[in-house]
Design a protein around this ligand. Structure first.
Ligand SMILES: Nc1nc2c(ncn2[C@@H]2O[C@H](COP(=O)(O)OP(=O)(O)OP(=O)(O)O)[C@@H](O)[C@H]2O)c(=O)[nH]1
Ligand SMILES: [Mg+2]
Length: 441
């Protein structure tokens, strides 16, 4: 996600990590390189300066140089400071009121409209308390904005309030408040117009809207791909509107770490959510530790586990673990597992969340296709074949290949890798390690 920065920091860490002994000079050099890497990634100058100052103080104070594993200690320190800089714990939202009101603001194309829908969807999930959100179309500048929100609303089955032909967003807002009250909506999300640059008129319009609807949360929506520009805009929106938090978007693309690292320090307001894709489901609570993990190339195990828990039940996980231990898992289990993984999102997206993802082979669309192929092969097996009660003989493999639109080689490849995996679990070279692996799942 943060390709260049992650790469550079990994290099710095690689240099210091293995060292049994580090001199003050080594550390000073490493700190200097971290500083350059941050500035290169578009982290705000002042933020970088303070960050480096704190790191230096701690390097000396905690005597990194004299610790048992100075390299590891140094990495841990950078991780902790990054986490603290981005806010430490997950933010608490002020949405207990009924109705709770959220207003979104930000520059053009930052993702306001998309994230209005994502938030509505997020809060209508059973765990998140709100039952009946309403989206309100207050962007009357861009001709297609209302339609866009309506389309998104239809996708997630959340109603959208808009007034045909109306030019004044305040009128829409006023009627929406009344409408929501009558229909008992308990969460109102206002989408607003964006501008290429901050202009007085836009700000006045937003100030008036704020005055009228008295939102409990005002989220600044920041496109993480724009680095410093997003940071500057965040500061200005905050000056004028006193925002309550930031949603970082486009984190799935070529995001620069600059916005993620700087915005909280510059605005003094928490990062609350992160947008990680175009789909309505691609939203998660901002988590500073997980963001630090990702910046440092340590993967995103926090969100991976959350995702997995959402889609794989405890019993399922237990039963699979049992089967792996006894090496009795079969193609049906494999298929079920694959389908569960697929529910979590694209394979590409999941791979990016694994520790050391930048060093893993890149997942491209071809790998995604490979995944479909395996699925097709298993689906073309009979139940007995899937459960290993019928050996995959040549005629059977021929039939399966034909049925799945693949080749005998494809079927054979799956068969071979499956047998290998089974052998491995039946007789693992290192039983202790396997136990540890399964225990951690
Ligand atoms: N990859 C990716 N695309 C996103 C994300 N969020 C939004 N988009 C896409 O970015 C584009 C702009 O998003 P919008 O929600 O229309 O942005 P906006 O801030 O409402 O734009 P204006 O209304 O023109 O100011 C759309 O094509 C979205 O699908 C994200 O987190 N990741
Ligand atoms: Mg919009």
């Amino acid at each position: 996600m943060f390709g260049a920065l992650t790469e550079k920091l990994s290099q710095v860490f690689a240099k210091v990590a293995g060292n049994k002994r580090l001199s003050e000079d080594n550390i000073a050099e490493a700190v200097r390189e971290v500083r350059l890497a941050l500035l290169d990634a578009d982290v705000n100058y002042g933020v970088t300066k303070n960050f480096i100052k704190r790191v230096k103080e701690k390097v000396v104070g905690e005597s990194v140089v004299k610790s048992v594993k100075p390299g590891q200690q140094f990495i841990k320190l950078i991780h902790e400071e990054l986490t603290a800089l981005m806010g430490g714990d997950e933010a608490t939202l002020n949405l207990t009121a009924n109705p709770a009101i959220i207003m979104l603001c930000g520059l053009q194309g930052a993702g306001k409209t998309t994230h209005a829908a994502k938030l509505a969807h997020y809060f209508s999930k059973p765990d998140n308390k709100k039952k009946s959100p309403l989206l309100i179309a207050c962007d009357l500048q861009r001709p297609a904005a209302v339609e866009q929100l309506k389309t998104l609303g239809a996708q997630i089955e959340v109603p959208v309030f808009s007034i045909e032909g109306e030019k004044n967003p305040l009128h829409v807002a006023k009627k929406a408040l009344k409408f929501a009250k009558e229909l008992g909506h308990d969460l109102l999300i206002f989408d607003t117009a964006g501008r290429l640059h901050i202009d007085e008129q836009l700000m006045r319009e937003l100030e008036q809207l704020k005055q009228l609807i008295q939102p409990h949360e005002i989220f600044f929506v920041a496109n993480a791909a724009t680095g410093q520009d997003a940071v500057k805009a965040a500061a200005e929106f905050n000056n004028k509107l006193e925002v309550s938090g930031t949603i970082l978007t486009m984190l799935d693309g070529d995001a620069r770490a600059g916005a993620a690292i700087s915005i909280r320090e510059v605005t003094g307001k928490p990062l609350v959510f992160e947008g990680i894709g175009e789909k309505v489901n691609d939203l998660q609570l901002f988590n500073a530790k997980s963001m630090a993990d990702r910046i440092l190339g340590m993967g995103d195990t926090i969100n991976l586990v959350k995702k997995a828990q959402e889609h794989i039940s405890d019993e399922e996980a237990k039963s699979l673990e049992e089967k792996m231990r006894k090496a009795t898992f079969n193609y049906s289990d494999y298929l079920k597992q694959m389908q569960a993984v697929r529910k979590m999102g694209s394979l590409k997206g999941i791979m990016k969340m694994l520790p050391g993802a930048s060093r893993l082979p890149k997942m491209d669309d071809a790998s995604e296709k490979e995944f479909f192929k395996i699925e097709a092969v298993i689906l073309s097996m009979t139940l007995k074949e899937r459960e290993g009660r019928n050996e995959l003989s040549m005629p059977r493999m021929k039939r399966i290949a034909r049925g799945s639109g693949t080749t005998i080689q494809d079927v054979n490849k799956l068969k071979k890798s499956f047998e290998k995996a089974k052998k491995f679990f039946k007789n693992p070279p290192n039983k202790k390690m396997l136990e540890k692996m399964l225990g951690g799942m």
